[in-house]
Design a protein around this ligand. Structure first.
Ligand SMILES: [Zn+2]
Length: 128
């Protein structure tokens, strides 16, 4: 049993943001006011890929094995939904890398970029 939600979970399951919200959102709301737009984000994260959002059954056409897949919330703030997008972005960036060693350069000079935080980040190959 998972101590967070009392539902049986696989042994290798990691704690998710939704688990933390389930444990603490009640106490948080007793202490603080949450902006209305944040309620939707919390609702989506809590219900993402659960039976609450519905789902469908996939069946293997070779062995007839079935598995249940629950629908995603598709909220851009949801870490579950953004994992695939993040992995695709990282894979695309990794495909652009040259086969050399790289180093990162950080600068606080905001005049170099239009970056919101005024941090300039350059990734340059070290050369061979
Ligand atoms: Zn989601």
């Amino acid at each position: 049993m998972n101590p967070i939600n009392n539902y049986p979970q696989p042994a290798n399951r990691q704690v998710e943001v939704a688990d933390i919200l389930r444990c603490h959102i009640g106490d948080y709301l007793k202490k603080y006011n949450m902006p209305p737009e944040h309620y939707r984000v919390v609702y989506d994260i809590l219900n993402c890929r659960t039976a609450y959002l519905g789902g469908h059954v996939e069946m293997c056409d070779q062995c007839a094995a079935e598995r249940i897949l629950y629908n995603s919330c598709r909220n851009r703030h949801c870490p579950k939904c953004q994992t695939i997008t993040k992995q695709r972005w990282l894979s695309a960036r990794q495909a652009e890398l040259l086969p050399v060693n790289y180093f990162l350069e950080f600068s606080k000079n905001s005049s170099l970029t239009n970056c919101d935080y005024g941090i300039f980040i350059a990734m340059q190959p070290l050369g061979d």
